[in-house]
Design a protein around this ligand. Sequence first.
Ligand SMILES: Nc1nc2c(c(=O)[nH]1)N[C@H]1C(S)=C(S)[C@@H](COP(=O)(O)O)O[C@H]1N2
Ligand SMILES: [Mo]
Length: 172
Amino acid sequence: MLRGVLEDLPKFPPKNAPYRSVDEFILRISGAVVRPQTLRLEDILKLPKVNLTSDFTCVEGWSVKGVVWGGVRVKDLLALAEPKPTSRYVLFKAGVFTKLMDMRSATRDDTILAYSYKGEMLKYEHGAPLRLIFPSQQCYESVKWVDAIDVLEQPTKDTGREIALSRIQTKS
Ligand SMILES: Nc1nc2c(c(=O)[nH]1)N[C@H]1C(S)=C(S)[C@@H](COP(=O)(O)O)O[C@H]1N2
Ligand SMILES: [Mo]
């Protein structure tokens, strides 16, 4: 079953990916946690799967309605790492592209790292293996290719919004 799911993933290595194959993919959870984690996709696919339906609207002027995502709750991933009682924020990272959330928003039941889209495994160009999804998010808050989660005691500046907006300004 799990093997079937892994075989359905797009073929790696994609251009510019920080890992050479899906077998090498690792999600790191570190920072203000008791047990830092390095999780393989295999481990993540064994966690309870949740489905979410939402509309997706880009600040660049397009939208897609009723998108069905499947994935794991960030809450379940964080539980493995045991955030320290002093932790307050969670930073989702894909290289320099980041999104900061407060701990309460990050651990809602409908904040997930998605690995499927419309019932099929997410494609690399849409963020595979893992993409941050939560209801009523701005497009640039939906971090594609998430490969690290930093648990923080103090807030830090995230970059996704600025990067996305700079793309609009350089258009036309
Ligand atoms: N890592 C990363 N995630 C990202 C972005 C990005 O540049 N890098 N762009 C965001 C923006 S502005 C949009 S609109 C969506 C686009 O997602 P799509 O390519 O699946 O349509 O990805 C979001 N997530
Ligand atoms: Mo966007």
